[in-house]
Design a protein around this ligand. Structure first.
Ligand SMILES: [Zn+2]
Length: 271
């Protein structure tokens, strides 16, 4: 599933090729995404200039003079910039054709993604409004995280994965950050000390930053080619390593389900 670093990498990959260009045509081959693609999308976009490609949480925000296209990659989506010669393949649901033979192409086999339009204030959109701070922005502070955790009985892992607390900490990154911070994922959020939150806060930012940096090496995958943008293989210490030796103490890592999500931790390094 594309997580925040993949979405940010997608943004960086596509933006330089389409920003500042006018939309010539919009081709919608499949309207049934998570929500229907607006039937008047072509009318709204044709002739308009794309001002910028931004990101909020896992939403790509394509800014036009009249409003924004909100794009979400769901479970399996990807976007890339192709030319007209690039043959359409299965699950290529939407093309936004820009001047200069640049086509923004959305592919999404499972169709959990979304492509929506809003003419209002994008920050007030119902899908955006309740999002917490961006993890790498100054709005996300240790103090804010710590205060949100007080008197909370829910697991600390569940807390940091709550997008109202902070956006973009998906399951993989929550596992990694908790491992590196030495905190048990199932521990009640309210019982985790301030010192531990300090480590966790740093590790959350660190794992996401590193993933975005690694993603940077795949930027060329977002242009041309029929391959899917390579969601980067990362060195993961916890996630996906249940039963394998802890990289610190060599004891086998324990795997449990927490809030229906696979959770891996070391019973001796994390407390
Ligand atoms: Zn260990």
């Amino acid at each position: 599933m594309p997580e925040l670093p993949e979405v940010e990498t997608s943004r960086r990959g596509i933006a330089p090729h389409i920003e500042g260009r006018k939309v010539k045509r919009v081709i919608v081959r499949e309207t049934r995404l998570r929500w229907p693609v607006p039937s008047d999308l072509a009318e709204l976009l044709e002739g308009e200039k794309l001002l910028s490609v931004a990101r909020r949480g896992k939403y790509l925000l394509l800014q036009f003079p009249q409003g924004h296209v909100l794009m979400h990659l769901g479970m399996s989506g990807n976007v890339r910039v192709v030319s007209q010669q690039q043959a359409v393949i299965k699950h290529d649901h939407v093309d936004i054709v820009f001047a200069g033979d640049k086509i923004l192409r959305l592919n999404d086999p499972r169709r959990f993604g979304a492509l929506l339009w809003t003419s209002g204030e994008v920050a007030e959109h119902e899908l955006i409004r309740h999002l917490g701070p961006e993890p790498l922005s100054e709005d996300f502070t240790l103090e804010r995280l710590y205060q949100r955790s007080r008197k909370r009985k829910q697991a600390v892992k569940t807390l940091i994965m709550d997008s109202r607390v902070v956006v973009g900490v998906g399951n993989i990154y929550a596992n990694e950050a908790l491992f590196k911070a030495g905190i048990r994922p199932g521990k009640a959020a309210g019982l985790v000390s301030k010192a531990a939150y300090e480590r966790l806060y740093d590790e959350i930012r660190e794992v996401l930053k590193r993933a975005i940096e690694q993603g940077g090496t795949t930027l060329k995958d977002f242009v041309g080619g029929d391959g899917k943008p390579g969601y980067f293989k990362q060195e993961l210490l916890a996630y996906g390593r249940g039963g394998k030796p802890c990289t610190v103490c060599k004891k086998p890592l324990k795997e449990i389900r927490l809030g229906q999500r696979s959770t891996v931790y070391c019973t001796s390094c994390q407390s």
